[in-house]
Design a protein around this ligand. Structure first.
Ligand code: SAM
Ligand code: SF4
Length: 346
């Protein structure tokens, strides 16, 4: 529980659930909507997006029930994502209720920052300690080319508001061949004077058909990103990370903050994966690369008891694939780029 009182203490956190590969369940990511006010090239097509009918998204009450049950299985960390979380109405009161759930001691969100700045004081008040802010370039024209919207000034306003509120900022920058390579050094340079963590993410193929699937030999894989940074800054010194982290973290000599590299396509971190995902479609994914392993919306809306939902969640987690390659090979439909990250939540 982050702050006090809004929900009664009905759930007693139980022993952590361990999957068949020895990994604990500690973390859930909720895609609270698939709607978005940007159109990032790597995430969705510019036009023709079919959003989910609103009544097919889980209601806040349904998500609170789900997270309460997951807390009983050991989940203590919740991240809201989407789509853009702040395009869903009444997000802040929902977050306050999540923050008050017994067992949940780490609540955070991933946002594109366009609508976020006015809510930063509320985030600070409810105990949010870190926010992931997506920012692929500091150049306004390239921001427009990548996101198809001219919103860099509002994103930067959020960036500064978060820093002023003392909320840790983790910048998420997707590395795109031919689109923002010239931005890697300027973005990493933010960590020189500011206490930020600038994380570079390998581009994954989940772009909703925006462009052809990422090639098997990714042009900007984690090793090349690191080399590119080292060519400019000198050796990157590895920094210890918490268990389950997806980013390899480094410090550049003389910098206040850190830089990270997330090998999301190379999938180097599966051995310590501690999470599951609720998609905007009401599905549970136990791996980014699976096609959804449980229709939890059908269970919640079909009158399932708490015990039934818990059993279904526990079984889904217990028997999950060893890694993202195995999960991908088990998909009935293999084309990953039919899915959009806005549905999965990143
Ligand atoms: N709209 C919010 C945002 O952009 O921060 C939250 C949802 S977004 C899907 C979550 C994260 O996924 C963002 O940091 C985004 O950069 C990342 N992402 C989206 N599509 C991606 C892709 N194809 N490859 C790698 N990362 C991706
Ligand atoms: Fe929207 Fe985030 Fe996808 Fe960009 S990455 S289109 S901001 S959901």
């Amino acid at each position: 529980m982050l702050t006090s009182t809004l929900l009664p203490a009905t759930i007693t956190p139980a022993a952590t659930l361990i999957d068949q590969h020895g990994r604990p369940l500690e973390y859930v990511r909720l895609a609270v909507t698939d709607r978005c006010n940007l159109r990032c090239f790597y995430c969705m097509p510019e036009q023709g997006i079919q959003y989910m009918p609103k009544n097919e998204l889980l209601s806040y009450e349904e998500m609170l029930r789900l997270v309460g049950l997951l807390a009983g299985l050991g989940v203590r960390k919740v991240r809201l994502t989407g789509g853009e979380p702040f395009v869903r109405r009444d997000l802040v009161p929902f977050m306050e209720r999540l923050a008050a759930l017994p067992g949940i001691d780490d609540l955070s969100l991933t946002t594109n920052g366009v609508l976020t700045a006015p809510h930063v004081p509320a985030l600070a008040r409810m105990g949010v300690k870190a926010v992931n802010l997506s920012l692929d370039t500091l150049d306004r024209e390239r921001f427009f080319q990548i996101t198809r919207r001219d919103e860099l000034p509002r994103v930067m306003e959020t960036f500064h508001a978060l820093l002023e509120a003392g909320i840790q900022v983790k910048i998420n920058a997707v590395v795109m061949d031919g689109r923002n390579i010239e931005d890697l050094v300027p973005l990493a340079t933010l960590s020189r004077d500011l206490p930020v963590d600038v994380r570079f993410i390998e581009e994954m193929p989940f772009n909703g058909g925006s462009h052809v699937a990422t090639p098997a030999s990714l042009p900007w894989h984690h090793g090349r990103i690191r080399q590119h940074l080292e060519n400019h800054f000198g050796a990157l010194a590895p920094v210890a990370t918490e268990a389950g982290a997806t980013a390899s973290e480094y410090r550049i000599a003389g910098h206040r903050g850190t830089v990270g590299i997330i090998a999301a396509y190379s999938r180097t971190f599966c051995g310590t994966c501690n999470r599951l995902r609720l998609t905007a479609e009401g599905g549970i994914k136990t791996c980014l690369y699976d096609q959804g392993v449980l229709d939890v919306r059908a269970l919640l809306r079909g009158g399932a008891s708490d015990a039934d939902v818990v059993e279904a969640l526990a079984n889904a987690f217990r028997y999950r694939a060893a890694n993202g390659f195995e999960a991908e090979s088990q998909r009935p439909l293999h084309q990953l780029n039919f899915e959009s990250m806005a549905t999965i939540g990143g």
